[in-house]
Design a protein around this ligand. Structure first.
Ligand SMILES: [Zn+2]
Length: 318
């Protein structure tokens, strides 16, 4: 069907993975869920494999794209580009919105927030704290003008138990501080459109799509293993493995909000939603290891309320 004078060139694997991910493996024209998709060359030159010339469509729409009709009815290059851009934007926004606790259940909440890394990333992506709350907390000297916490109380010295940064403030201030940061995590997600790790859970796709510095989201069962306890805190080793792919993180307990986070939600083997920034992706004895730093971890999410447009490749199992 394509121009026979131009030789077909294979689309590079990396570009193909990216196109399919960006379209949530769904036809951008009819958007029929689960219809098998193909990649169409918009200019009908099968050797022109630049990203702008490629669009993910289903078999029906692909045939339609190669059928000549009166201009008003045909899938012209211009219309295809329009469909592609609109669908990619919708996938990005719907995917990010699905990651927010408010899109899941009432009890879903970020109960670990990395107070060190988050402000740095917010600056890099021009994400702002809620102005009113920041002003209020800065006036009370709970945070500085950049939202960095300023401890108000001495760290309680209680044998070998865990303490968090929230215990360094009066109760209502610590709650407001948590509100400030929960809102900031949501804003960072909406601004950066994190990669849905479950949608690219194959070695090839992870290797081609994830880069150091990529921001990702992953909701599934994780194992949480406590490390050495020092000065009221410990680095908790967090990991999940499926299909010879393993995600590994270290989450310090000082960033956890409340006793259920410390002793229940992020202990043992639990279901969790984790926002992370990738450090490295390496092959170790046949296992593809994804090492990342957690930015936020949430509890109270459930899979059946998770309305991501992506097709997820792993089970939810712990
Ligand atoms: Zn279609």
């Amino acid at each position: 069907m394509e121009n026979p004078s131009k030789a077909r060139k294979k689309i590079p694997k990396q570009l193909e993975s990216l196109l399919l991910y960006n379209a949530a493996k769904t036809c951008c024209v009819c958007r029929v869920p689960r219809a098998p998709v193909e990649i169409h060359h918009i200019d009908e030159n099968p050797a022109n494999n630049i990203e702008d010339n490629l669009v993910v469509i289903c078999k029906n729409c692909h045939e339609e794209a190669h059928t000549k009709r009166p201009l008003s009815k045909s899938l012209t290059a211009g219309r295809l580009i329009d469909f592609k851009i609109r669908w990619q934007d919708e996938v990005k926004n719907r995917s990010a919105n699905a990651m927010l606790p408010s899109s899941n259940l009432d009890q879903a909440m970020w109960t670990y927030i990395n107070h060190q890394r988050l402000p740095v990333l917010m600056k890099a992506f021009d994400v702002k704290f809620d102005a009113g709350l920041l002003y209020f907390l800065a006036k009370r000297k709970v945070v500085d003008r950049n939202g960095i916490p300023i401890f108000q109380l001495e760290c309680k010295d209680r044998d070998n138990s865990l303490t968090t940064i929230y215990e360094r403030f009066e109760w209502d201030d610590s709650q407001r501080l948590h509100d400030l940061y929960m809102d900031a995590v949501d804003k960072l997600i909406q601004k950066t459109h994190p990669i849905e790790l479950g949608a690219i859970w194959t070695k090839t796709e992870i290797k081609t799509i994830l880069k150091p510095g990529s921001i990702c989201f992953c909701m599934r069962g994780f194992h949480f293993r406590g490390g050495e306890r020092k000065n009221g805190e410990e680095d908790r080793f967090v990991y999940a493995r499926a299909k010879n792919i393993e995600v590994q993180l270290l989450a310090n307990t000082r960033h956890m909000y409340g006793n259920s986070a410390l002793y229940t939600n992020f202990a043992g083997s639990r279901f969790a939603a984790i926002l992370m920034i990738i450090k490295e992706v390496v092959n170790e004895e046949g296992v593809l290891v994804v090492r990342a730093t957690p930015l936020a971890m949430g509890a109270g999410f459930i899979p059946s309320e998770y309305e991501t447009p992506h097709k997820l490749r792993y089970g939810w199992a712990v």
